[in-house]
Design a protein around this ligand. Structure first.
Ligand SMILES: O=C(O)CCC(=O)C(=O)O
Ligand SMILES: [Fe+2]
Length: 251
C-alpha cells in the first residue's frame, strides 16, 4: 500500500472508522449550534436554523464554528486515533505530529459569505503548512459524499510536481492557469467511515454542492518530525493562534 501511496499520492481506506464515530463528530458539532438555536428560539430543522443564525447572528454563528474548530473533543479523538496514527506511520511518516489544528468543514452556499468558504479552489496544502515534504492530509467525510454534494476532487500523481501553487485565494495556496490536462481527475464516492490519506503536495479542490445538503468533513494534517528537509528548515510553523483582547481594545 505504501508503494501505491508514494506513486499516486493518495490512498482510500474504506470503512476505516466505525460510522458511529464519525456521526458523533457531526452530532456534537450540531449540539453546539443547538445551544444557540435554543437561545434564539429557532425551531426549524438544523440547516434552516443554521442559515437563520448565519443571517441574523453572524458573529454567534462564527463563534460556534470557532468553538468546534478549536476544541470539539470528538474531533481531537479522531485526530489522535491510534489505528489512524499507526496507518500513517505505515505510509512512511515515522514520527507524526499534527502540524495544524484539525479542520472541520460544514459547507453550504447559504452558510458562507464568499465562495471560498464553502468551496476550496484548486490548491495544495503543503505551501500553507511548510511541513515535512512527506506530510499528509487525512480527509474524513463525515457524511456519505459523492458528485452531488461536493466530494473532494483529487489529481493523482500531481504530488510529484512539487509546489506548483502560484497564488493565494482565501488563505489557500491556489493554482491558476496550470495545465493539468495530462492528469486524471477523480472524485471519490465515499461513505461515512471511509477516509482518504493524501500527500500535502497533491493537487485537490472541493467539488460543487449540487444538492441542498450541508457537506460535513474534517481534515487532519500530520508532519514527519524525522524528515531531513523539515529538520533542516528548523520546523517552521506558519500558523498564528492568538487572542484578540477585543473587549479591551474596543472599550
Ligand atoms: O473539503 C474539501 O472540499 C477540501 C478541503 C481542503 O482542501 C482543505 O481544507 O485544505
Ligand atoms: Fe486542501
Amino acid at each position: 500500500m505504501k508503494e501505491k501511496f508514494l506513486e499516486d499520492g493518495y490512498v482510500i481506506l474504506k470503512g476505516f472508522f466505525p460510522k458511529e464515530t464519525v456521526q458523533e463528530v457531526v452530532k456534537r458539532s450540531k449540539d453546539i449550534f443547538e445551544i444557540q438555536f435554543n437561545r434564539f428560539g429557532y425551531q426549524e430543522d438544523f440547516k434552516e436554523n443554521a442559515v437563520r443564525l448565519f443571517n441574523e447572528q453572524q458573529e454567534v454563528f462564527i463563534n460556534c464554528g470557532k468553538m468546534i474548530q478549536q476544541g470539539l473533543l470528538e474531533l481531537y479523538s479522531l485526530s489522535t486515533n491510534k489505528r489512524l496514527i499507526d496507518e500513517i506511520k505505515k505510509l512512511g511518516i515515522e514520527f507524526p505530529v499534527m502540524c495544524t489544528r484539525p479542520v472541520l468543514f460544514f459547507n453550504h452556499p447559504r452558510l458562507a459569505k464568499e465562495e471560498v468558504y464553502y468551496k476550496t479552489p484548486l490548491h495544495q496544502d503543503w505551501p500553507s503548512m511548510e511541513a515535512s515534504l512527506d506530510s499528509v492530509v487525512v480527509w474524513v467525510p463525515l457524511i456519505d459524499v459523492n458528485e452531488q454534494n461536493g466530494s473532494i476532487l483529487i489529481y493523482p500523481k500531481t504530488h510529484k510536481l512539487g509546489d506548483i501553487s502560484n497564488t493565494v485565494i482565501g488563505g489557500f495556496a491556489a493554482i491558476e492557469n496550470y495545465d493539468l490536462s495530462s492528469y486524471e481527475e477523480i472524485q471519490p464516492i465515499l461513505e461515512e467511515g471511509d477516509i482518504v490519506v493524501f500527500s500535502s503536495l497533491l493537487v485537490h479542490k472541493s467539488g460543487d454542492i449540487l444538492n441542498d445538503e450541508i457537506r460535513w468533513s474534517c481534515h487532519l494534517r500530520y508532519t514527519n518530525m524525522l524528515e531531513q528537509d523539515f529538520i533542516d528548515r528548523g520546523f517552521p510553523h506558519p500558523y498564528i493562534y492568538k487572542p484578540s483582547l477585543r473587549s479591551k481594545t474596543q472599550a
